[in-house]
Design a binder for this molecule. Sequence first.
Ligand code: BGC
Length: 606
Amino acid sequence: MKVKTEIYIINMLIINCLILSCKQHKMGNKIEADAVIEQKIDSLLSLMTLEEKIGQMTQVRHFDDISEGDIAAKFIGSVIHTQGPLPGESALDWQEKFSALQKQALSTRLGIPLLFGVDAVHGQNTYEGATLFPHNIGLGASRNADLVAKVAAITAIEAQATGFNWVFSPCIAIPYNEKWGRVYEAFSESTELTTQLARASIKGHQGNLLENHTVMATAKHFIGDGATDFGVEGGNTSLSMAHVHKRLLPPYRAAVEEGVGAIMASFNTLEGTSMHAHRPLITDTLKGAMQFDGIMVSDWKGYSRFGEADIINAGIDMVMAVDGDLEDYQEGLKKAVTEGVVAPGRIDDAVSRILRQKFRLGLFDNPFPDQGLVAKIGSPEHREVARQAVRESLVLLKNEANILPLSKDLSKILVVGEFGHNSGLQSGGWTIDWQGRKENYTGATTVLEGIQKLSKGEVIYDKDGTGDYEDADVAIVVVGETPYAEFFGDIGGEMDAYQHTLTETHQKYIDTYVTRGIKVVVVLISGRPLVTTRQIEQSNAFVAAWLPGSEGDGIAQVLFGEDDFKGKLPHSWPASEQDYAGKYGPNFWDKSITPLFPFGYGLSYQ
Ligand code: BGC
């Protein structure tokens, strides 16, 4: 009875506050609107038990981590979808699955809605049929902040259409060592460019959070993820604090200024201290000096991997309690609070931050996804923006005797290599599956298809470079890195599956056609600059295409001159394997290395 009366009072308070907050929005008085949210948070917090608070601080997957009834029984605060069983077949099925979980959350005593998070890092890439954009490295090459904002806004729509209100994007790392397997998730090696595009991306994702087609964004991974020694994912970063402040923090400052809802802690250590447990940087710098008032979320199994209660004391507000961590986390944190290891005030701060974002997103009033958005998934308008992003991301490194643009009237064009007609290979990791796809997927187009669409002559596909064609006008040889994500892509790392250079097979494709005296245009599909000095010398033209995503035909549009090359290198391009890991380029200090092409290089037709 007591609780029911309290709920009535809080509901009335919320309604009154909402009326007030609408008026305040109209008056454009953000500070007062924020004050209303703070009142709501305090009221709600005063009613919550410790179990309910710890529940809010818990994030789980929609499968395996939870059984029937757990959302309500464990007061879960957030659900994520990453690799693993799909929530359903169609987008509507996904929405239904998440709505069912939302109903469970709403059925609890206080009815606090769930946040649904997804790794939508280049479009809603967990849903086959969504519009997939170039990975961030390609957007970094475009240097087009307006375009980055549009890309993020579309990602938000397609993420909402599949049931999510939160994305784990953008990655605003500054990769120092291109051996790192996540270079492509970041925009650039330049702090300035990353800062500018981080701002645009957060604006694009979050827009007006109360609208049902925007999502909460996450800046990740805080901090030093791209600057580990030898480029090891989750390794140690040996950088001075002064360097961290000067080179790595500016994009986070911009993200906070844009009101980013969440920041994710990084797997790496910094000078030996785990970033999940780094109180000076998380609590003092980010939340204190920079006034970040959103959610500091852990990364995968952060609690068991990085110091249990220590990470909460350092300032982590929500824990990805996945893969068997749920029980230990909830029990462990409760014990830590009971025994005085974690102060109740820390728990209240964490929960306030989570509730704040739920209020900002309007989830208490509008907790369910909008079915009307489903029709927008992979729509022609969205794909046209993705195609523009592909065109603007391409960097022309060589164009001997103006072999490009190609004439549409050429009588015979060869397209060589399996990357020429495989949308999975051209899209990199985080494409439908965590480690990406190696085959074509729904709705995407390839380089070959783009060339077939535009050429008026004969187009021949020599998939494995074994065709005995002696007399073509040009061979467009498409080569690159097979998809990878996270530590799988580290060069010389745990998996050791990748290298600085092209594979022998891909080298052979180029050699074959160069030897036959056919003009060769190389299109390189890769998540980072590779050492391609020899191939650049051999070929007549060379294009760095990064990981374009679903609209591969955009590449053909530029090859045929329907648009100019606008991309500029987001990373300095190494001349040899020795420089690969070198600290050179705009952020670095090794002036003894001269890259093959400097940061910002890129030719055009004019
Ligand atoms: C990655 C994050 C990602 C998370 C959830 C982690 O392994 O480091 O970038 O957001 O998984 O899938």
